[in-house]
Design a protein around this ligand. Structure first.
Ligand code: NOJ
Length: 540
């Protein structure tokens, strides 16, 4: 049992581990992971790895057009993943181990099979018509405006029967709810209460900024510099537009004040984090509200930063400048929508990236499999699953969603040896798996375990202040974390050449990605190519 901290909310010091349930552990032999699989692996998460919380991507009833992000019932479990009783067992077992559980909440859109939408589209006179965003054609018969779906094509689909268009910011199977209708807000907040009543510790909110759009439905302007937008995420033709009217309308804040009021009806520091892709830092930070909205918006700024010390430094500084005093920062380097970080940043930087993630100030989210440095899997076209990838070349997310390899042998401990999983294993799974890496002391997994232990042992890392260091070579990012008398220094060499760095606060080596390093002597150090080095010292 880990020591309880009572002075800070749990989510401030917690390391969160994201589980994509289809790919974590199959217990039924159908090649798809399930909730009982997660329950079976809690020992790995808590004792072997040492994380504090899990976020589970959607497991609710769904036609799976977008693999669960098209919810047809917010208050149940899809039979593919198990039952509500399985969820309750998972939650109880996690709590017995002092592991927090965060679930996904998808407020912007439902499935087109959700009974609300079935009613809404049945006739213009249906009482639920206004629960979704319906619009007439322009007088010339054209679409209501130029808004685009993130997954390609117009964000509007014409409904022949009722002669109007409905809005879908994602697939046409994912119609957007009309959050301007108070009945929608009330019904959706009840779904939040449903999971809070069962005891969940928090919510990850899917595309949180999307729920309020321009009520006048103005056209989006063309992007001034589409290439610049790709430095945040390459999204194909979607990046040709500035998305100023189709999401993030200021009224969104009233939604999250309402949402927060619901969370605050409950005891126990229930937590919320919003998936928010907004590149203006002040607008991004506005989702913290005055401590009365989200606990935090996700910080995705480092994902597509490129592996570059200066860009990381600039974005970390920008983040630190806007997080309000009542707020708390966070860092995400990978998730189920992004290319695997070991591929994106380069495999030689995977350990360094893990060091950054677990030593920067704020809550880290570790994506399942990144503790093994899983690579982006090359999924053959005939096995492609992701609807986005099928519609927009180059955007497939299949490669980062492949099953967790637990063992070297067939089935890799994920599913029965004779069963083909829903996505193929990485072609290195025979070597890159939990069992093999646990047996090799210098493996990525053992390195991440050591980092997690270090973070737990050092309050300066889990809760300390952060000071970015100047006076370092251009390719070296450095920072000091401090808490009371404890200081931790982190030096990261982003280049593939050795770099000589000054050590402002000398102290013994705590960990290094360079397995040959035993210690550091003196006030300068020659960092090995791609080395991350962590030193400890006491404050003066
Ligand atoms: C963001 C989710 O992370 C992604 O997986 C999903 O496809 C879209 N939102 C739509 O819900």
């Amino acid at each position: 049992m880990r020591p309880h901290q009572t002075d800070l909310e749990w989510w401030k010091t917690a390391v969160v581990y994201q589980i994509y349930p289809r790919s974590f552990q199959d217990t039924t032999g159908n090649g798809i992971g399930d909730l009982n699989g997660i329950t079976e692996r809690l020992g790995y998460l808590v004792d072997t790895l040492g994380v504090d919380a899990i976020w589970i991507s959607p497991f609710y009833p769904s036609p799976m057009a977008d693999f669960g992000y098209d919810v047809s019932d917010y208050t149940d479990v899809d039979p593919l993943f198990g039952t509500l009783e399985d969820f309750d067992r998972l939650l109880a077992a996690a709590h017995d181990l002092d592991l927090k559980v965060i679930v996904d909440w998808v407020p912007n859109h439902t499935s087109d099979r959700h009974p609300w939408f079935v009613e809404s589209r049945s006739s213009r006179a249906n009482p639920r018509r206004d629960w979704y965003v319906w619009h007439d054609s322009k007088p010339d018969g054209e679409l209501p405006n130029n808004w685009q779906s993130e997954f390609g094509g117009p964000a509007w689909t014409f409904d022949e029967r009722t002669g109007q268009w409905y809005l879908h910011s994602f697939l046409s199977e994912q119609p957007d709810l009309n959050w301007r209708n108070p009945e929608v807000a009330a019904a959706m907040f009840d779904t939040v209460r449903f999971w809070l009543d069962r005891g969940v510790d928090g919510f990850r909110i899917d595309v949180a900024h999307y729920v309020m759009k321009d009520p006048a439905f103005a056209d989006n302007p063309a992007a001034v510099d589409p290439a610049a937008m790709a430095t945040f995420k390459p999204m194909g033709p979607f990046n040709a537009w500035e998305h100023v009217h189709d999401r993030g309308h200021p009224d969104v804040h009233s939604v999250y004040r309402g949402f927060r009021a619901v969370l605050d009806e409950y005891d126990g520091d229930r937590f919320s984090v919003g998936e928010i892709h907004i590149f203006d830092w002040d607008e991004w930070a506005s989702y913290y509200g005055h401590g009365d909205e989200l606990h935090m918006p996700y910080n995705f700024s480092l994902i597509w930063a490129g592996w570059d010390a200066d860009t990381f430094r600039t974005r970390i500084r920008a983040l630190e400048a806007v997080v309000p005093a009542h707020g708390w920062p966070n860092h995400v380097l990978g998730n189920h929508d992004e290319q695997r970080l070991a591929t994106r940043y380069g495999p030689e930087n995977a350990r360094t990236a893990a060091t950054l993630l677990l030593t920067l100030r704020g809550q880290p989210t570790l994506y399942y499999g990144d503790e093994l440095a899983m690579r982006e899997t090359d999924v053959p076209a005939e096995q492609e699953q992701d609807p986005w990838g099928k519609r927009v070349p180059g955007t497939s997310r299949d490669g980062c969603r492949t099953p967790m390899p637990w063992t070297p042998g067939p089935g890799h401990g994920f599913t029965d040896p004779s069963v083909a999983p829903w996505l193929p294993f990485g072609d290195d799974a025979a070597e890159r798996n939990v069992e093999t890496q646990l047996g090799a002391s210098e493996s990525m997994l053992n390195f991440v375990r050591r980092l997690l232990r270090l973070r737990r042992a050092r309050a300066s890392l889990s809760r300390g202040t952060m000071n970015l260091l100047d006076d370092l070579p251009a390719d070296v990012l450095g920072y000091e974390r401090e808490h009371h008398t404890e200081r931790t220094t982190v030096l990261i060499n982003f280049s593939s050449k050795p770099q000589v760095a000054r050590i402002a606060s000398p102290g013994p080596m705590l960990i290094s990605t360079d397995a040959t390093r035993t210690d550091v002597d003196g006030t300068t150090v020659t960092l090995a190519p791609n080395e991350a080095l962590v030193l400890g010292s006491a404050r003066g």
